[in-house]
Design a protein around this ligand. Structure first.
Ligand SMILES: *Cc1c(COP(=O)(O)O)cnc(C)c1O
Length: 395
């Protein structure tokens, strides 16, 4: 049982940590303060680049900042290419299409994720299949993945098939939960043996790396998000990264209404999408990327302060799994059981400190309730116990 007193102490600690700088020490009344879960910060050239963009009139989907953002993203993910898109969900959808996912195929992913992962699979007409996660990384478990494939899959000349449903398993989408890296090297190895393309859902992991290799560099394609709640934001935005030049060209084509470039003719060679990131958003993205390390360093400091405070307080701060160089996106605690979790959520949210439980598992949602899944022991354990605590940078 968690003590109400230790929750109160943590609430005071968080409020003092995040008390706005403009409130002088003498006036510090922490009662009235509200601390959000994750706030965007704009410490650099954001306003300058936005004004430059407006003055240039190139506010929409063509412009210098879009090109620069794509170069910056491929440099951070150390991939050959990157394609800027309107959000992370569209980046996942286009990645799935380009990996060859077709209607009625199956895509392996985790049930412990934000709904966009499963939605993007559904958009292609394919069915998600939910595989368990590892307890420490909270991301797709390579052991559970291998077990599922051994029990259910068969390898044919043209790929991997589900022996039971007869459907083709045409992609695997592991997700890096809260910026922690899943055991992506093992997942890539297993998927290679089973001829399944890997798409990293790196929406939460911009700036994280695994065994010194950045997120977004492991999959055939990877998807990032620059939504307002992520480590850095372009208002709304996303990106695909890939080492495959041909796929990158296809991604750009498909997301630009599949228009064949010509000085004046409108010719579109397939049903394309209007998913290109506007230059206005790219301006914000470029300014934010310049400060990614500053933001990451401040968040590391916040994490270290939580760590020293929570020592011997009976509340477990979730530790960074081994081999992850973390971006410190969302910090979390692990409670003993669901009752403690609910008490913690109630106390904090009623007292001005925003906290949130980890997502409900995808198969709890009506639209995904009939999807195939394995045992989900770790996912269900974490679902009942993990709570995110305020994690904004202090800049
Ligand atoms: C945020 C997020 C997305 C979707 O990104 P948007 O930019 O909001 O569309 C996808 N997957 C995960 C795991 C996310 O956290």
């Amino acid at each position: 049982m968690i003590e109400k007193d230790s929750i109160s102490e943590l609430i005071s600690f968080i409020k003092k940590l995040y008390v706005p700088k403009y409130i002088s020490d003498r006036e510090k009344k922490i009662e009235g303060i509200f601390v959000p879960l994750h706030e965007p910060k704009f410490p650099g050239n954001e306003k300058k680049y936005l004004l430059e963009t407006i003055n240039s009139t190139f506010v929409s989907s063509v412009g210098a900042f879009v090109d620069r953002f794509e170069r910056d993203m491929s440099s951070i993910a150390s991939t050959k290419r990157s394609v800027a898109l309107v959000n992370g969900t569209s980046a996942l959808q286009i990645s799935l299409i380009l990996a060859g996912v077709k209607p009625d195929n199956e895509v392996l992913t985790q049930a412990l994720t934000f709904v966009a992962t499963a939605n993007s699979i559904a958009y292609t007409g394919a069915n998600p299949v939910f595989i368990d996660v590892d307890k420490d990384t909270m991301g797709l478990s390579p052991d559970a993945l291998e077990q599922f494939l051994i029990n259910n899959a068969e390898l044919r000349d043209d790929g991997c098939y589900n022996k039971v449903t007869k459907a083709k398993i045409s992609a695997c989408v592991p997700m890096h939960t809260f910026g922690f890296m899943c055991r992506i090297d093992k997942i890539v190895k297993i998927c290679k043996e089973w001829k399944i393309p890997v798409i990293e859902d790196a929406a939460e992991a911009l700036g994280s790396s695994y065994k010194d290799k950045p997120s977004g560099s492991f999959g055939l394609l990877s998807a990032f998000s620059l939504n307002g709640n992520k480590i850095i934001t372009s208002g709304g935005g996303g990106a695909i990264t890939t080492n495959n030049e041909k796929i990158a060209d296809q991604a750009k084509h498909l997301t630009t209404t599949a228009k064949i470039p010509h000085k004046w003719e409108y010719f579109h060679d397939k049903i394309g999408y209007n998913y290109r990131m506007p230059n206005l958003n790219a301006a914000l993205a470029c300014a934010q990327l310049e400060k990614l390390n500053l933001i990451k360093n401040s968040k590391r400091d916040v994490y270290n302060q939580y760590q020293s405070f929570l020592e011997n307080k009976g509340i477990n701060l979730v530790n960074v799994p081994e081999d992850t160089d973390w971006n410190y996106w969302l910090m979390s605690i692990l409670l003993d059981n669901k009752n403690d979790r609910d008490l913690f959520l109630t106390e904090t949210n009623q007292n001005g400190v925003m906290t949130r439980p980890i997502w409900q598992l995808m198969y709890r949602l009506p639209v995904f309730k009939n999807c195939q899944k394995d045992e989900q022991r770790n996912a269900e354990y974490l679902e009942e116990r993990i709570v995110n605590i305020p994690s904004s940078a202090i800049i």
